[in-house]
Design a protein. Structure first.
Length: 350
């Protein structure tokens, strides 16, 4: 059976855990790794059941990041035992039912006897768990440094839900990568950072006691919608139409500035002539911010993502209640890139 053959390949080719292995393929490319998922990816497996094991190792690598070899050997052993039962004329569905029952019992046993709540472990145990997880891959010597950083980051994003349970949302942590510095120069920011810069050089590089506006619409020159025809007999009227289009954008910018906002994050474009008003008001405006970043900053600062200025009466207004607050916003160069940092968020930490 191809699955059992793959199990033997895994046991022999992967060897003892923690040792590097060298693979040479048909055209002479060399791969050196101690990661089971990487080795299995290199194998040309055609059997459908064996492919499931290869995919299993890749899913384990993606979800957990470790234990790829163990999970394949465990799954192959279960298949081996299941195959023996089928040889004894036990139907496949009965074997599957047995595996499902065993799964429930295993999970119940782990929860009752083996799992320990994070609150009772203490910080040292968490750091040791992080070290164990990271030292088996690329970090090795730096595992102590990054373990401390990871545990601190996860502790900072702790939230309590309605039922009183503590949650540690991994999505609240934003990882930014840059070139030009050592991995030991990695740092944990008590706040949020985005890969963006001020939209104009005349804007301040740093602001304190910030009021943040998050807008999800264009601050470009207003243009009439498609399909609208305007017949102009007087050339001066054409200039007035163009001026009115610019005035619509100017009015929108003024509304945002008058509401008290001194940091404007826009998920779309901001025209150069619109930036002029922000520069004059001493406002930091950032264009083309990713929507995911915009939502996270809005959640953390207490702001509301405004998709339109239109109100119930058909007029355009910008409410002060839609602004978020933050202690400090500044631009800083890290490695080869420049980033905007948001520190001291008012609602939740990230």
């Amino acid at each position: 059976m191809a699955v059992l053959a793959l199990s033997n390949i895994v046991k022999t080719s992967l060897g003892p855990q923690g040792l590097d292995k060298m693979l040479v393929d048909d055209i002479g490319d060399v791969t050196i790794t101690n990661d089971g998922a990487t080795i299995l990816k290199q194998l040309e497996v055609t059997h459908p059941a064996a492919k499931v094991l290869v995919e299993l190792s890749q899913i384990q690598d993606r979800e957990v990041g470790d234990g790829t070899t163990s999970v394949v050997i465990l799954a192959a052993e279960l298949l081996k035992r299941g195959n023996e039962l089928i040889k004894n004329n036990i139907h496949a569905t009965t074997v599957m039912s047995g595996f499902r029952l065993a799964l429930k019992e295993s999970v119940k046993y782990i929860q009752n006897h083996l799992s320990v709540k994070v609150d009772t472990l203490g910080r040292d145990a968490l750091i040791n768990a992080a070290k164990t997880s990271m030292s088996s891959k690329l970090l090795n010597a730096e595992s102590d440094f990054f373990a401390e950083m990871v545990v601190t980051a996860m502790s900072n994003v702790k939230t309590i839900n309605h039922s009183g349970q503590a949650k540690y949302p991994v999505k609240a942590i934003h990882i930014l990568k840059t070139h030009g510095m050592s991995s030991r120069d990695s740092m944990l920011v008590d706040g949020y950072a985005i890969e963006a810069v001020r939209s104009a050089q005349g804007m301040p590089k740093s602001l304190t006691d910030c009021k943040i506006a998050c807008v999800d619409f264009n601050l470009n020159k207003y243009r009439l919608a498609m399909g609208i025809q305007v017949l102009v007999h007087d050339p001066e009227a054409l200039d007035k139409i163009r001026q009115a289009e610019m005035d619509v954008c100017k009015k929108r910018c003024k509304m945002i500035i008058d509401s008290g906002a001194n940091v404007v994050l826009c998920s779309r474009g901001i025209d150069d002539f619109a930036l002029k008003y922000f520069v004059e008001a001493g406002v930091i405006a950032i264009r083309r911010v990713k929507k995911s970043d915009l939502r996270r900053i809005a959640n953390n600062t207490g702001a509301k993502v405004v998709v339109s200025l239109a109100d119930i009466e058909g007029e355009e207004t910008f409410n002060k209640e839609d602004l978020g607050t933050c202690e400090k916003v500044y631009e800083k160069r890290v490695g080869d890139w420049e980033y905007m940092f948001f520190q001291g968020m008012s609602k939740t930490r990230s």
